[in-house]
Structures are given as C-alpha cells and as structure tokens.
Write a protein that binds this ligand. Structure first.
Ligand SMILES: [Zn+2]
Length: 214
C-alpha cells in the first residue's frame, strides 16, 4: 500500500519542510475530496472540510485524511472530546484507507481512556495490517508515562470511583466540592497529577492526591 513509517514521533514538522508541505497541500486536498466523496472521513459531515496530516506524515495523500471542523478540534484537544460524536468511528473504522484506520484507532484508544467501554469493543474488532498498526501506535500516549496516584499512592484508572479527602473550591463554577463527595467514573488526563470527573453536574479537573479510591 506504499505506507512509509517514519521514526519521528513528535508530530512537529521541521520548519524547513513547512513550505514544501503547503505547496503539495492543494493537490492533496483535491485528491482527498475525491477519495472521500466530499465528506469528513471520520463522521461523514459535509461542511468545513480540510486535510489533516496523520502524524508522522509527509503530507501526502496516503498519510492524510479529510476531516470536518468538529473532528479536527476534538482530535487536537482530547479534553473537549464529545464522546457521543465519536460513535461515528463504528462506521469509519472500517474504511479501506490506512490513514483513516490509523486515526480511528487512536480516537478509539482515547475514548477507552475516558472510560467508554463500547470503544474497547470496537477496537477489539478492528484488525489492522501490521505496518498500519505500528503507525497507529506511534500516536498513542507514552506507555512509560507516570501513573496517576490517589492520596494513598494507589494507582487510579479511568472508570474508577473516588471520594474527595478535602473540601475543594471549584474555580469558575462557584461551589465547593465537599470532603467525602463520591466522584464516579473518573477519566485520566495527559497530566498524571490530574483526573477529571463530574461533581454537582459540572465536569471538573481534580488533583489526584486529593482523592481516595472508593
Ligand atoms: Zn468529522
């Protein structure tokens, strides 16, 4: 399928290559519009479409996808992920296009870390060509990343329930989350010292050391 795997992991494009990328981008965009039949290759939306390089990528058609604004924004910032939007992956993960498969794989993985069990079921069904799987895994969070600990140094995982060990003033939401409050179905964040959970109907970030695994 002509997929090239590059060792670079960071997703940062060296400055000297930027101009070159934008030069080829026009033709890539045309080819992507054709390949996708003018639809977001993840959610099938038809508006505000633009190419997205699936890093590590040389910006070519084989390493790019066409996405809508919603998908693009939530790929860039997992904290604002609307988990229901990503049910679209149950269709798009069956795409014949390797870069679409790669992005679907990475997004399913992100959903699993948010405690979405359906995403695990979908990922279990997805078979990727070994080279494609290797590419997909390059975009995942570092497996050597520090674990998230509670107050007793117990490791916290997505989906766990915790209780607060002290009163916490929730900035911006104007309430205090009381000591002893149960927070169900937490999510992990990119920062090992922070978790996310719902308190008083608000989605808040909590310092993991102020929590005790329930
Ligand atoms: Zn989309």
């Amino acid at each position: 399928m002509g997929i090239k795997i590059y060792p670079r992991r960071s997703g940062i494009i060296p400055i000297q290559n930027v101009r070159q990328l934008s030069v080829i981008a026009m033709s890539v965009e045309q080819a992507l519009l054709q390949r996708s039949d003018n639809k977001c290759e993840l959610c099938a939306a038809t508006e505000n479409l633009a190419p997205l390089a699936v890093e590590p990528s040389d910006g070519s058609l084989d390493q790019s996808i066409l996405v809508c604004e919603t998908c693009r924004g939530q790929i860039a910032d997992q904290a604002i992920m609307d988990v229901n939007h990503w049910r679209c992956l149950n269709d798009s993960m069956w795409s014949q296009e390797a870069p679409v498969q790669v992005m679907a794989y990475r997004q399913l993985f992100a959903l699993i870390s948010k405690g979405e069990t359906w995403a695990q079921d979908s990922l279990d069904m997805l078979y990727l060509d070994p080279a494609v799987e290797k590419w997909a895994k390059m975009g995942l969070p570092d497996e050597d990343a520090e674990p998230t600990y509670d107050v007793n140094k117990a490791v916290l995982q997505a989906g766990d329930s915790v209780t607060l060990v002290k009163d916490l003033v929730v900035k911006g939401a104007n309430f205090t989350a009381k000591q002893g409050t149960l927070v169900k179905n937490i999510s992990l964040t990119s920062n090992p010292k922070h978790i996310e959970g719902k308190v008083n109907g608000s989605h808040i970030v909590i310092i993991s050391e102020y929590c005790k695994k329930a």
